[in-house]
Design a protein around this ligand. Sequence first.
Ligand code: NAP
Length: 296
Amino acid sequence: MTARIIDGKSIAAEIRAEVAAGVEALIGRGGPVPTLATVLVGDNPASATYLRAKRTAAAEVGIGTFDHTLSGNATQQEVESFVTELSDDPRVHGILIQLPLPIDLDEQSVLTRIRIEKDVDGFHPINLGRLAQKGSDPLFIPCTPAGCLTLLKRSGARLEGSRAVVLGRSNIVGMPVALLLIKHDATVTVCHSRTRDLPQVCRGADILIAAVGQAELVRGDWIRPGATVIDVGINRVEDPTTERGYRIVGDVAYHEAIEVAGSITPVPGGVGPMTVAGLLQNTLHAAEIAHDRSAA
Ligand code: NAP
């Protein structure tokens, strides 16, 4: 069997076009230009690159950005006061704090300074808590988990009653993905670094989501024939044959997995583009919330 490739790039392009149309429609009915405030603390080059990509993508769909860089020496209080100011600024609809923050800062405490209606990353404990509660919905779903769900849905995967295995339990990917799948009536097993016999657990999955940050951990013989595999991992492996000296691989051994899975996301070009598209969707939604509240 050769797996069907779930093309995150083209699905993300569809979503960006939908967001661009949504921005025009919002402005057309007297709403504001959706505006995202980005905050980078310090000068982590990878974070700066991710942010640049997000700003460019925002500009392409008509979303405005205010870009802020705080010194890597900023104190907890300085960062929190700054985020509180953005939360109170009516020109700002969404706030994105680029993570990780420098290690001496308490991320959770900073994130709680974001008003939940501006929490476009969906990491505020109230939004995450609502994701976990039956009968309540968050205002925003974290972008990478939302991207995984969209890929599953648009690739035709059946969620209801399916057995899903999520590898990883981080706050930003593994745990919210697991909660989302439960909300969509999958039966979910969450695995982590202490899980015993990981390959055997994975073999039970109709849907396998890998978010561990370990290059090609998941081998072809861990995958149930016909399963849907979503590979969130982004890992650098040395490769002297490339100009950069490395290449990017996922958490799944792709060339083994495509022989077994029913469908699979590539890395790059799978989940990655969906994360940015999700941020744009959430920012538009935040501006819609602001407009609806001001009109009420
Ligand atoms: P993280 O915070 O480091 O969490 C990794 C999770 O994997 C932890 O729960 C850890 O278990 C578990 N784990 C690590 N090694 C394991 C192993 N050998 N067996 C089983 N579980 C293992 O990472 P993250 O932020 O969730 O990111 C995961 C991956 O996704 C990374 O490659 C990251 O670059 C990528 N990512 C991609 C996107 C995108 O847009 N495509 C977005 C975010 C992240 P413990 O909890 O026990 O430590």
